[in-house]
Design a protein around this ligand. Structure first.
Ligand SMILES: O=C(O)c1ccc[n+]([C@@H]2O[C@H](COP(=O)([O-])O)[C@@H](O)[C@H]2O)c1
Ligand SMILES: Cc1cc2nc[nH]c2cc1C
Length: 374
């Protein structure tokens, strides 16, 4: 019997503060720039103000890149251009500073945390702060077997919850969330197709290093076969992650939900974080209000998942490398929006007396209850 009750997240996750958002809008309307001339940056600044519950919005001072890493048994079918079980090499490139996300993080002065959830290497091959949360060595081949036992899925989910708590407790004010894996885009596509009720061909993309047409057909077949295993467990998200997910995806889902509980905004990266976010939305419908879509990675399943959550990608530059790189590119945009919202001069607020409300105007407007209605 599982002791984890995912339904608790529905109550634990509140919406970002609607009153603060209206105050932020009011502040923007008094600003001395042509209305609308900053486009979506106004929405972004107001979203962040609501997430922080602060007007003026505070600068994002302590962002962090958090990457969940794992290998996937499904990679053994030749659905990835990388050798199965080789995600450790990508992790090493992040740690030694030679990967794209490491270069960007250095330039932006952001630290990167990698969490090994299921790499296919000896647990002591990597530094203890990376390997400490590992749930198992490689997740199962999901077209024929479960990725994880239910106990492993629960442990991985809770590891993600614990990492979110550690980040929130240490003052991280925004997370850029990404993944490092081999085979991860196949698994993520299965989750998205299962939850959206679509066919394998609709969600099958080209993955990390682009795959050729033959590998694409193998990937499509693998997703189709895994989807058959996913359908019977669609109503139970932890079981779904155990059946066709993986330890890295279970951890990321726990991380996303606990980040929302802790009111810590997250920029999602590619198809893997989008798939976990979609699972998270099924668990707690208000959770996506705390997330931003950093970029469009071009994976069809990512677009599908983001559409379901009404999240619009901030950037679109064909970045398919994963590892949080595309989402990290969006961080300066979020920081720019915060600076504009906080620092552009605003005319003083109209004194309370001169806008004395009629009785019915004084009521707080009703909070919308539709998902994605923020
Ligand atoms: O972010 C995406 O949508 C994305 C698209 C293609 C590849 N990736 C990255 O590539 C790795 C997995 O690719 P694959 O082809 O082995 O499934 C993993 O590290 C992902 O972060 C990521
Ligand atoms: C920027 C922004 C991010 C969001 N995330 C969820 N809803 C949102 C609405 C806006 C406007």
């Amino acid at each position: 019997m599982s002791s984890l009750n995912l339904d608790d997240f529905t109550d634990l996750i509140e919406r970002p503060d609607g009153g603060v958002r209206r105050d932020a809008e009011a502040r923007r309307e008094r600003r001395i720039v042509p209305p609308g001339s900053l486009g979506r940056l106004d929405d972004l600044g107001e979203w962040l103000a609501a997430a922080q519950s602060s007007v003026p919005v505070r600068a994002v001072e302590r962002p962090r890149v958090v990457l969940f890493a794992g290998d996937h048994g499904i990679a053994g079918l030749g659905v990835s251009a990388r050798p199965a079980g080789s995600a450790e090499q990508s992790v090493r490139a992040v740690l030694d500073g030679s990967s794209p996300v490491a270069v960007l993080a250095r330039r932006l002065g952001v630290s990167v945390r990698v969490v090994d959830m299921a790499l296919d290497c000896e647990p002591d091959a990597l530094p203890a702060e990376v390997a400490g949360h590992r749930a198992r060595r490689g997740s199962g081949r999901i077209d024929v077997e479960d990725a994880l036992t239910l106990e492993e899925a629960e442990a991985a989910f809770l590891a993600g919850v614990a990492v979110a708590d550690e980040e929130a407790d240490s003052g991280t004010d925004l997370v850029v969330l990404g993944d490092v894996s081999v085979g991860g885009t196949t698994v993520a596509s299965v989750l998205v197709a299962a939850l959206c009720g679509t066919d394998a061909s609709v969600v099958t993309g080209r993955g990390g290093l682009p795959i050729d047409d033959l590998a694409w057909m193998r990937k499509c077949a693998a997703i189709r076969d895994s989807l058959r295993r996913a359908r019977p467990v669609l109503g139970d998200q932890l079981q779904l992650l155990a059946t066709v997910g993986g330890a890295d995806l279970a951890a990321m889902t726990g991380f996303l939900l606990q980040s929302a509980v802790r009111k810590m905004p997250v920029i999602l990266d590619g198809v893997v974080s989008a798939a976990c976010a979609l699972v998270g939305q099924r668990i707690a419908f208000r959770a996506p209000d705390w997330w931003l879509a950093g970029h469009n990675s071009g994976e069809p399943a990512q677009a599908k998942a983001l559409d379901r959550m009404a999240l619009e990608p901030l950037l679109d530059h064909g970045v398919t490398v994963g590892e949080g790189a595309g989402a990290l590119l969006a961080l300066p945009l979020v920081q720019a929006a915060a600076a504009l919202a906080a620092e552009l001069p605003a005319a003083p607020e109209v004194p309370e007396v001169s806008k004395a409300p009629k009785a019915e105007d004084a009521k707080e407007p009703e909070e919308p209850e539709e998902p994605g209605a923020l």
